[in-house]
Design a protein around this ligand. Structure first.
Ligand code: MG
Length: 170
């Protein structure tokens, strides 16, 4: 018999702007890893697009309020906030509801820089936040083939799919 399971999907996009003193672009952080780039996300929090997508996937699996509802972008306490806090809160809500993470699969879409060298660190960060082994966390990087806003380096996007099982069945 197949145990109770839930699937969740998350998506996020941030504009990328030049990182300059007082400029709109924040340092580029993806999955908790700082990437060396001259552009960064425009965001109220630290703008970690992958953590945002993962948070919404986790919340969406249980039909809970989404990241924008739980952490309003006009709230002072979320200014510059470490987006790991959002993932932690989603995991806390899931655990409190009697669910655990089976696996996560995510895709980050950006033209530059390539995330290949950072994938291991990103997976480890996510596995730690989700409380699962790294073999249950997959992260892929894709370019946008030079077209549209992402391909022109003006935006970064992330997609995440997560599977949950009722506690004890993961
Ligand atoms: Mg976001």
């Amino acid at each position: 018999m197949i145990g109770q399971m839930r699937i969740g999907h998350g998506y996020d996009l941030h504009r990328l702007e030049p990182i300059a003193p007082g400029g709109p672009g924040r340092p580029l952080i993806v999955g908790g890893v700082r990437l060396d780039h001259d552009r960064g996300p425009v965001a109220h929090s630290d703008g970690d697009v992958l953590y945002h997508a993962v948070t919404d996937a986790l919340l969406g699996a249980l039909g809970l309020e989404d990241i924008g509802q739980l952490f309003p972008d006009d709230a002072a306490e979320n200014e510059g906030r470490d987006s790991a806090d959002f993932v932690r809160e989603a995991v806390r809500l899931i655990s409190a509801s009697g669910w655990g993470v089976v696996n996560l699969d995510a895709t980050v879409v950006l033209e530059r820089p390539r995330i290949g060298a950072s994938k291991g660190a990103i997976r480890a960060n996510l596995a730690g936040l989700l409380g699962v082994g790294v073999e249950r966390v997959n992260v892929k990087g894709k370019s946008h083939e030079g077209v549209d806003a992402i391909g022109e380096g003006r935006a970064i996007e992330a997609h995440a799919v997560v599977l949950l099982a009722s506690a004890g069945q993961g």
